[in-house]
Design a protein around this ligand. Structure first.
Ligand SMILES: [Fe+2]
Length: 521
């Protein structure tokens, strides 16, 4: 996130991308997001953008490109699939709705033996299918079911537009208010629009968009908030083993119902960070969205043991902040380390402030912070330390280290070395937590970047030895897009291969790497 870019405030788009919009753009953005965000936020009108217009519109077309053109050479040891999802509205968003509410359009770059095939499919959720039959929008407002068309009562409201991960032969497309939507890992055809792990989870159980794969057990560690009905303060925390069996579940209560987008999982503990994007029933009654920023509320860091009954959870009060995405988390010598991106205020300028105040763009900038707390307590407060000067709302790690000490993080960010943010190019960065240093590659100002993912060279490769993959939208080519591939240890040297699409890539919020050995034979 930087200041205004190309006539648009980049923070809006980066933030929008973080939970449901389209492109992380340190160099640009897409017009749907622009129009929507400005309508919602009263942001200043756009200035002309150097380099020409990026005429984004919903793609809507499902695309296949076999044998993509490649510049450079795909490494021999890079075989697998890069998947992502993002909102691509099936029908135009209703007035007042936000970019987080488009239908999930899932894509796959399938990489094998030096070749790359590209494919996209909409997640055929119950919501998508119902709207397709009706040929109109039936869910007019983000997470406000009172406004739904009566014909959809009882259907899953999932848009499946936030994140993906692989489980057995499926790609699970996630939206945090609903169960996953399961797609075939090879064809992307929808197999089960309400995936319950064979009945292990209730059909109405929300499922986070940011589950963690335990580095020790391989379990999917997940949670669902508002777990006992719309607006409830109960959070279900659970683990699913590699066979799909639920092996543990506990329920906790949060200090207040807020957007609980991500969490931290360590070897023996789980931590939540409750932030003041709080449920706003009055706003929903007026026809608005689920959340508003309530600056009168504090943050709460909650810590509980894994495999317990949840009664041990301790909530530690802290300053008013927001924190949305976890880079990594671990425990060491009795201390919890929870690395997350933090904003001083409302991270989403297109979401209303409860007090009616205008968006505070400065306060919406996101930087990686380390939260710390003693695991055995008591803690009167938690530690909060800024780690890097990078504006980066979508940090990632080598996902093999989800629950353990880790060294490297990866992210898209504007160039921190350029004081004039209008001139700051879009970068991919690798941060090194052991030295608190970072490496950058700057694509320039005519590129928008998606969240990168890390692909190890092999299952047992050391941390950080592998590749970084991400999508670059070319703003001066009408958003024609490339998959860019870096040697993750030498990110500053630029891409080692570029997979050139002839079209605009489908939207992305989050992406996921599937290793070749994880595909069904
Ligand atoms: Fe997210």
């Amino acid at each position: 996130m930087t200041d205004e870019m190309d006539g648009i405030d980049r923070r809006i788009f980066l933030r929008a991308a973080a939970l449901g919009a389209v492109v992380v753009g340190a160099g640009g953005l897409q017009r749907t997001a622009l129009a929507q965000a400005q309508a919602e936020s009263s942001a200043p009108p756009p200035r002309a953008r150097p380099g020409g217009g990026a005429n984004y519109a919903p793609i809507r077309a499902e695309v296949e490109v076999r044998d993509c053109e490649i510049e450079g050479k795909i490494p021999d040891d890079l075989n697998g699939g890069f998947y992502a999802t993002g909102p691509d509205p099936q029908y135009p968003l209703a007035p007042g709705n936000i970019v987080f509410d488009g239908e999930g359009h899932v894509r796959m770059f399938r990489i094998k033996n030096g070749r790359v095939d590209y494919k996209t499919r909409y997640a055929k959720t119950e919501r998508y299918v119902a709207q397709d039959k009706a040929r109109r929008n039936l869910f007019p407002m983000y997470r406000n079911p009172a406004l739904d068309d009566p014909s959809v009562k009882g259907l899953s409201r999932s848009t499946a537009n936030t994140h993906v991960l692989n489980f057995k032969n499926y790609i699970l497309a996630l939206k945090e208010d609903s169960p996953p939507c399961a797609l075939d890992i090879n064809t992307l055809e929808t197999v089960d629009p309400v995936f319950t792990f064979g009945g292990e989870l209730p059909r109405d159980r929300p499922f986070t968009a940011h589950p963690k794969i335990c580095s020790q057990t391989g379990n999917i560690v997940a949670f669902g908030y508002e777990a006992e009905g719309f607006g409830s303060d109960v959070v279900a925390v659970f683990e699913i083993d590699q066979q799909g069996k639920k092996v543990w579940e506990a329920k906790i209560k949060v200090p207040y119902v807020g957007l609980l987008h991500d969490f931290a999982v360590t070897e023996n503990h789980i931590a939540f960070f409750v932030v003041p994007l709080a449920i706003d029933h009055e706003q929903m009654a007026r026809g608005g969205i689920h959340w508003s920023w309530d600056k009168t509320k504090k943050t709460y860091l909650g810590i509980m043991r894994r495999y317990g009954d949840g009664k041990d959870i301790r909530w530690i009060e802290g300053p008013t902040r927001s924190g949305t995405h976890t880079m990594g988390a671990f425990e060491d010598n009795g201390t919890l380390y929870f690395d997350t991106e933090i904003t001083a205020g409302n991270p989403f300028p297109f979401m209303p402030n409860k007090d009616g105040s205008p968006p505070d763009y400065e306060a919406s900038r996101s930087y990686i912070h380390r939260l710390t707390a003693k695991l055995d307590g008591p803690n009167k407060s938690y530690g909060i330390e800024k780690m890097y000067p990078l504006i980066a709302p979508l940090p990632r790690q080598d996902d093999r280290y989800n629950t353990m000490p880790y060294r490297y993080g990866y992210m898209a960010c504007p160039d921190p070395n350029e004081a004039d943010r209008a001139k700051a190019g879009a970068c991919y960065a690798r941060v090194d937590n052991s030295t608190r240093t970072f490496k950058l590659y700057n694509f320039g100002t005519n590129v928008g970047l998606g969240e990168p993912v890390f692909a190890p060279k092999s299952l047992d490769a050391p941390e950080g030895v592998g590749y970084l993959l991400g999508v670059a939208w070319r703003l001066d080519e009408n958003l024609r897009s490339d998959l860019v591939i870096f040697d993750a240890e030498h990110i500053d040297e630029g891409p080692i291969a570029i997979v050139k699409l002839p079209v605009q890539a489908s939207p992305q919020v989050h992406g996921w790497w599937v290793r070749e050995d994880q595909y069904p034979t």
